[in-house]
Design a protein around this ligand. Sequence first.
Ligand SMILES: Cc1cc2nc3c(=O)[nH]c(=O)nc-3n(C[C@H](O)[C@H](O)[C@H](O)COP(=O)(O)OP(=O)(O)OC[C@H]3O[C@@H](n4cnc5c(N)ncnc54)[C@H](O)[C@@H]3O)c2cc1C
Length: 718
Amino acid sequence: MNDQMLQEERFSPFVRVTLRIWIKTYRSIQSLVSPFFDLILRLLVAQAIFRSGLVKLGDWDTALNLARFEYPVSWMAPETAALVGLVIEIAGPVLLLLGLFTRGAAFSILLLLAVSQVEYVAIDLNLWLIAILGWYVLRGAGAFSFDRALAGGLGDSALPFSRPLMTCLGWLTKFGAPVWLWAVRLWLAVTLVVVMGISWIPGASTFLPLESFAGIHPAICNAFVAALILGLLMPVTAAALMLTLGGLAVMGLHPDLSLYPMLLFGLLLVFGAGAFSVDGVIANWLERNILFDRKYEDVPDHWPHIVVVGAGFGGLACVNRLKNLPVRITLIDRHNYHLFQPLLYQIATAALSPADVATPIRGLFRKDGNVRVVLGEVNAVDSKAKTLTYGQNSIDYDYLVLATGASHSYFGKDEWAPHAPGLKTIEDGVSVRAHVLRAFEKAESTSDPERVRRLLTFVIVGAGPTGVELAGAIAELAHHGLKDEFSRIDPSQARIILVQSGDRILPAFPEQLSAHAQASLEKLGVDVRLGGRVTNIAADHVQIGDEVTIDTETVLWAAGVIASPAGEWLGAETDRAGRVAVDAHLRVKGEQHVFAIGDTAGSDAWAGNPVPGLAPAAKQAGTYVANYIEKQLLNDESIAPFAYKHQGSLATIGRKSAVADFGFMQLHGAPAWWLWGAVHVGFLSGTRNRIAVLVNWIWSYFTQKLGIRLITVTDSGA
Ligand SMILES: Cc1cc2nc3c(=O)[nH]c(=O)nc-3n(C[C@H](O)[C@H](O)[C@H](O)COP(=O)(O)OP(=O)(O)OC[C@H]3O[C@@H](n4cnc5c(N)ncnc54)[C@H](O)[C@@H]3O)c2cc1C
């Protein structure tokens, strides 16, 4: 038995698993909240200083007068001092808010406030602001700032002293900021001691915010002093400080409730106790005895090894839940990114660029030592030997989760594939975009009217959400996005034909929503052809039934889906769409340690009906399997079967219309469209992508122009 095992044996599985889950959950909430808190903190501090600057800017005489008292600097003329003060109070907050040259901006405002506090009037407000600004001097701005965005590049740039400077700043953040938190704790503790009258310091009100703490009962003060000095359970202590001051103000026992002490307590709540604290000792102990995941090498070998194949919606949901358990995880994907497929059609129609809807997988698990990300294409599984193969490599597992999704199927007519690309990967999206844009380009340079007509005819096969969204987006591209761009052709003359074999579009939606969607599409100029089964697709035409032939050089396939070959790897039972048969716990039938989830699994867990191929379904299944494994680690046999909960379906048709079905409520038109946008931005992975998508959408909404009209795939055809 190795040391790690001995350490762990001291705790029951319940303690090990539960503690780890709680700590990891707390940490992820903290890392999610801290950038937003940092931004709000900067905004609130900046606006307070900026308001004062604006008042002085509006009245130079008062500014000059105030400067004589507020910043009396003997070696500087009052005009100069007033001007310097004004610049700091106007430019400083702007820089602070942007997070640009944050330390310098914070330091200059801090100095100004300190001089004013000592030389002019001693008020608590200045002290609270100084304490907050000191944090920014030492730690710098958080993730949502220009400083952070530029830091990597500056450190490697050829600018003189940039590297040593960035190294020094890095050290300040790493060591200075925790020391500042410690100093703040002590400062608050000393203030409380003085408030209780235990000790008196001459001129204390100049550097201790005594008034802010007036009215607190001595017993409570004592408890706070102890907790602050020890640095004990700082988030709880900080929250209690907030509640106490807030409660006193509400009860009228305190003169007023100021925002700034609350912000400083918020800083302790979000960023912790800092240096020399019991919390720090506890965190170190937990790291050595419970977490073990600073780096992959520190993770105990005896922890169960779970291999998850596929970093789509299902795989990621599974790993995100599993990473909190005492397990080793290997996540394998053939791409190095997670793709948000619901917005793939917007790449195909030049509304978004690939980087907006794809997130590098490695970055998602940067902070999780027990997760290893591997780029590789799995091609075999030996469930008896518990190994799987990717490329030339093989890897052992204790549990295997197959989340390899699906791709499009041509119902056995694979010869159609070169003439009717589908949408599944980024490459597909970029290639469809090139195909669509090139059709307009070719039409522009062709003098044969027949060919122009053929080139400006776009046929979309399949009227599920993807087909409907594609048809709507191509219609908008033709009518608005390419307006006035060509001299010989009129893109708005393009014909967009949506072919559906059934008797209505969006068959998974209620009938009335299908009708609304069809009406919206027709308003956009889309020709919807129902009951039309495609019988042939060639380079220059598509045939529907026996009689109708449509001349076109662009056919887009949004009809069939086939699961990944995971079933073949295992020799497992599959349905007609290739989905692996799973039991009630999503285990591949006949296997104890292999699970299949998402589009690759065939499960009847929707109250006895097949679980739909939707992102939320894959996510729910991923979380379920992680919970299942957790129960196994806890030796808990009471595992309820997987039950899919349908949260609703959405599809958009152009820029102002959509349909939404939540069972109890149905929406269409503009309200559904806004909802569709909010849901898609909300579920995108990564803040950068959310911002990029929002900016692109707002731009194209108001300008009706699409910025990504690039043909980046070569074509040998004329
Ligand atoms: C164009 C389009 C639009 C859609 N729109 C919506 C929508 O609006 N709403 C909705 O809910 N759903 C939508 N879906 C469906 C939804 O995207 C899927 O149901 C969901 O992605 C399934 O998740 P998954 O985890 O099972 O598979 P995927 O998300 O497909 O992930 C599978 C992963 O496995 C990897 N992989 C595959 N094979 C291997 C291998 N052999 N080795 C290693 N890695 C492998 C892939 O690279 C991929 O990262 C849409 C799908 C498409 C294609």
